[in-house]
Every structure is written in structure tokens, then in C-alpha cells.
Design a protein around this ligand. Structure first.
Ligand code: ADP
Ligand code: MG
Length: 240
């Protein structure tokens, strides 16, 4: 579903990604971890073309993201992305947040978009909040709305960039629970997170990135019981 082939990227003279290759197969959950500044956000954003690359190729479901002729708007419409900061439209109600892209991008009628949005809102446990505004919800609730909004687009895969790292501790689990459910339903997911409990629970593989290099790409049991690199060992010893 996601195929990253020998990707390198520079910001000016600073090389942020170094010959990165990895795949996420359909239905797989791959967790990406690594120290701050190692290039995790940059890597995940290359998947839907939010960051361009100077070398290498990236395919999503057979479509080449790195081909300048590819219609990125169309591609992004079915690659769900959830960021650290919830990025809901603050001046729109939850209901409007849920229907806007469905109507604009997928050309769904308001009725259809509303029905779909409300069903997903219910699914993330927020069925009663449709008429509120983002600022009236907690961080955890806003992030669940952001997930529902992404799901309303019928994504073929979901990208998460530290979806719980801006949340107060007591709200982390309500967001992770939604993600675990999605994983169990077979959603293809690439997840940047330091939540190693989530990784142990639902990841198929764990990728460890450092200084722009994929130092490890292992089945999760192997990653946790016997990380190959000393850097990954050190990283795990600090966060577990
Ligand atoms: P991570 O998500 O692992 O913390 P990032 O992908 O955000 O890492 O950043 C990797 C490195 O690239 C960092 O050193 C960061 O300062 C640098 N960086 C990120 N975005 C830019 C940018 N737009 N211009 C220049 N440097 C950047
Ligand atoms: Mg980041």
C-alpha cells in the first residue's frame, strides 16, 4: 500500500532523510519511532506529498507520489492524515468540520456527508457533540473528531504523526483506543508515536529512525526483545 524506495531529502545543505526504504502492506500497522529531530514527521509527510523529496520514489496503492504529474489533491483525498495538533477549523462546528471536505473534495451531498460524518462521530464516542465548536471540546475529544473527519473520506490508509503527544496524560488512552479499534478492523496505518504500549499491542512492525536513517525495520516482537542497533537499545531504555 505504501512503498518508500531509497528516499533522500535535504533542507538546503542539511540532509534530513538518508536513503530511506520501507513498505507498509495492506492491513499492516507500522510504528515509526526515534529521537526528536530524526526526520519522522518529514518521512511520514512525504507519503502524501506534503514534503517533496530530491531522490527516490514513493508509491501509494500503486500511484507514484513523487511523479510531478500525479494529482496530489486527489491522492490526499484518500490518504487520511492526523497530526499532533488537531487542526480542526476553529470557526466551524464539529458537524461542519466533518462534512466540509466530503462535500468539496468528494462532491457528496450535504445529506450524505452529514449522515456519514455523524455516524463516524458516534463511532469515536462523540455522537452528542456535533453542534459544539472545537474550542468547547477537550484535546482528546478534538483529536477523535480529527480521526472521524479523516475516516469520513473513506481513506485507503491512515498516517498519524504523534497524535497523542500534545494531549494531557488522561486523554491519551481515549485516542489510542480509537486507533487500536481501527487497527483491528484492518486499516493500513503508518503511525509516528512514542506510545510503545500501542506499538506492542497492535503494530506489525516497528521502524526506528535516527538522523534521517532507518536503523531498524523489524517485526515488533523482535524490535522490543532484541533491537539490532545500540541506538535503538538506548532509545528503548530511555522511554520504556
Ligand atoms: P521529528 O519529527 O523526528 O522530530 P522532523 O522531521 O520534524 O523530525 O525534523 C527533522 C530535522 O529536519 C530536524 O532537525 C528539523 O529541525 C529539520 N527540519 C524540519 N523541517 C524543516 C524545514 N522546513 N526547514 C529546515 N529544516 C527542517
Ligand atoms: Mg515530528
Amino acid at each position: 500500500m505504501i512503498d518508500i524506495q531509497n528516499v533522500s531529502k535535504w533542507y538546503g545543505s542539511f540532509q534530513v532523510l538518508k536513503h530511506c526504504s520501507c513498505q507498509v502492506r495492506q492491513g499492516e500497522v507500522v510504528v515509526v519511532c526515534g529521537p526528536s529531530g530524526s526526520g519522522k514527521s518529514t518521512l511520514i509527510k512525504t507519503v502524501n506529498g506534503l514534503e517533496s523529496v530530491q531522490e527516490g520514489k514513493i508509491f501509494v496503492n500503486g500511484v507514484e507520489v513523487t511523479n510531478p504529474k500525479t494529482n496530489l489533491t486527489k491522492l490526499r483525498s484518500h490518504v487520511g492524515m492526523v497530526f499532533q495538533h488537531f487542526e480542526l477549523f476553529p470557526h466551524l462546528s464539529i458537524r461542519e468540520n466533518l462534512v466540509l471536505a466530503q462535500m468539496k473534495v468528494l462532491k457528496r451531498s450535504r445529506e450524505e456527508a452529514t449522515a456519514k460524518g455523524l455516524k463516524l462521530l458516534d463511532r469515536v464516542g462523540l455522537g452528542k457533540q456535533a453542534d459544539k465548536f472545537p474550542g468547547q471540546l477537550s484535546g482528546g475529544q478534538q483529536q477523535r473528531v480529527a480521526i472521524a473527519r479523516a475516516l469520513a473520506m473513506d481513506p485507503i490508509c491512515m498516517l498519524f504523526d504523534e497524535p497523542t503527544s500534545a494531549l494531557d496524560p488522561e486523554m491519551i488512552n481515549e485516542v489510542l483506543d480509537v486507533m487500536v479499534e481501527l487497527a483491528h478492523e484492518g486499516m493500513t496505518m503508518m503511525v509516528v508515536t512514542h506510545e510503545m504500549g500501542f506499538a506492542k499491542n497492535v503494530a506489525d512492525r516497528v521502524i526506528f529512525l535516527e538522523a534521517g536513517e532507518i536503523l531498524e525495520d523489524s517485526p515488533k516482537d523482535e524490535f522490543f526483545s532484541n533491537p539490532k542497533s545500540d541506538r535503538a537499545k538506548h532509545f528503548l531504555s530511555k522511554i520504556l
